[in-house]
Design a protein around this ligand. Structure first.
Ligand SMILES: [Mn+2]
Length: 430
């Protein structure tokens, strides 16, 4: 592991919190993600299933977690299944976890090899007092899954073999559990933010007219990896000039030119936890008067939004409030007029020409983290705040994004030390 070991109490606590949510007579099953193929014998880097990681800390492929809280044999109420290490695996792919190591990481007493799964599973299903079987599916509000996951194959197998058990969704329970972060998780997200800061400060010194967007990308990843991150939390967006306004521009292939802005939506992961930063900086180290005017409008909205995203609000109401602020800033910038507002289609209000995305999303093991956005904002949840103004006709756009922990008494800016004021950015670039 590149990161310092995570206190196993996090995973023990998470399993205990989950167990409280299960009906009596339950068995819950969590599968690893697949190792995804590319072409020929190529594979993508392995990414553990985040729910399995959240409950075990185990990052190895082909792992399964069973939780059967009512089982008579106390030691087998939690069982972790792993692929058995062998000489061939070790020679080709290196070390695989021993039972002792997996126990030390996860705090799970009973670790078994994968070849014993079917027998043990049948024993629990037939004699373990199991009526309800909780299985996992990806129910994320933005998911578009077109391949069959390991969980999906398991559902097919399980329902064919045991058609008369009662099946339940674990996804809403996991989404709810993962919303409020535990202390150890906040520390890991903070660590990811701190590594992101190092990358951004390096890029402030590096950026000048003539550099390529991908050269900036290389500066970031160099800094991220040497601080123990596996790399980018998400595909980096390094968008100069007219591409400022393209929300998911990921080509990163153009030359940054004098007078342009470069929008940097780039952040690091750490121990599978994510940060999510956006800054917009002037390629030549100095904002024009107009760029500065728009920049400070975005910054004012971001700071006001920071005060508004509190436990008494629902995200969608907060979004409406941010949009009202946006409307008044756009009026001051003379981008829209009172007449535009008077004549606007309520389904497509005037401000939307310049601000066409949500202001915030939750952040954690997933960059767009789990949790029902229709519920009240929860103490302990971590959110991004990322307003933007994109002016196609003027050839530039600005987005500013920080990560925020919703505190009991007030919010905590996890990125408060990352430069954001115009003056500070200009000073660091020159
Ligand atoms: Mn974001």
């Amino acid at each position: 592991m590149r990161y310092e070991p995570i206190d196993k109490e996090l995973f023990v606590t998470n399993r205990n919190r989950l167990t409280k949510e299960l009906k009596p007579g339950s068995l819950a099953v969590f599968n690893s993600n697949d190792t995804m193929p590319t072409n020929a014998d190529g594979t993508m880097p392995f990414r553990q299933n985040n729910d399995l990681f959240y409950l075990t800390g185990i990052e190895q492929e082909e792992s399964i977690l069973l939780i059967c809280p009512g089982f008579r044999e106390e030691k087998k109420r939690e069982i972790l299944f792993l692929r058995q290490p062998n000489e061939h695996l070790e020679k080709w792919y290196g070390h695989k976890l021993t039972k002792e190591e997996a126990k030390a990481i996860s705090g799970i007493e009973t670790v078994m090899w994968l070849q014993d799964f079917d027998g043990m599973f049948h024993h629990l299903m037939a004699m373990g007092g199991v009526e309800f079987v909780y299985l996992n599916t990806n129910e994320h509000y933005r998911s578009e899954v077109t391949v069959q996951t390991r969980d999906a194959r398991f559902i097919d197998w399980c329902q064919a073999k045991y058609p008369l058990h009662t099946y339940q969704r674990i996804a809403p329970i996991m989404a709810n559990l993962r919303r409020a972060k535990q202390k150890q998780e906040i520390d890991l997200i903070q660590r990811a933010c701190d590594i992101t800061e190092k990358g951004f400060r390096r890029v402030l010194k590096f950026t000048k007219p003539g550099v390529k967007e991908y050269e900036i990308e290389a500066e970031y990843v160099h800094e991220f990896i040497r601080h123990g991150s596996k790399g980018f939390a998400y595909t980096p967006i390094i968008a100069s000039g007219k591409n400022n306004i393209v929300l998911h521009y990921i080509e990163n292939s153009l030359e940054c030119k004098a007078g342009e802005l470069v929008l940097l939506d780039v952040a690091a992961e750490y121990a599978n936890y994510n940060s999510d930063l956006t800054r917009t900086i002037p390629v030549s180290g100095k904002f024009s008067a107009r760029q500065k005017e728009v920049y400070n409008a975005v910054l004012r909205i971001q700071r006001e939004a920071f005060r508004m995203l509190r436990p008494n609000v629902i995200y969608f109401d907060y979004q409406k409030e941010v949009e009202k602020m946006m409307e008044s800033e756009l009026l001051k910038l003379k981008l829209i007029s009172d007449t535009d507002i008077k004549n606007q289609d309520p389904e497509n209000p005037a401000f939307r020409k310049y601000f066409y995305h949500g202001t915030s999303h939750m952040l954690g093991l997933d960059v767009h983290d789990l949790g029902n956005m229709h519920d009240n904002v929860q103490v302990g949840s971590v959110w991004t705040i990322e307003p933007g103004i994109y002016i196609k006709e003027e050839g530039f756009g600005i987005r500013l994004e920080n990560n925020v922990l919703i505190g009991e008494k007030g919010n905590i800016d996890l990125m408060k030390s990352i430069p954001i004021e115009v003056e500070e950015i200009e000073e660091l670039m020159n």
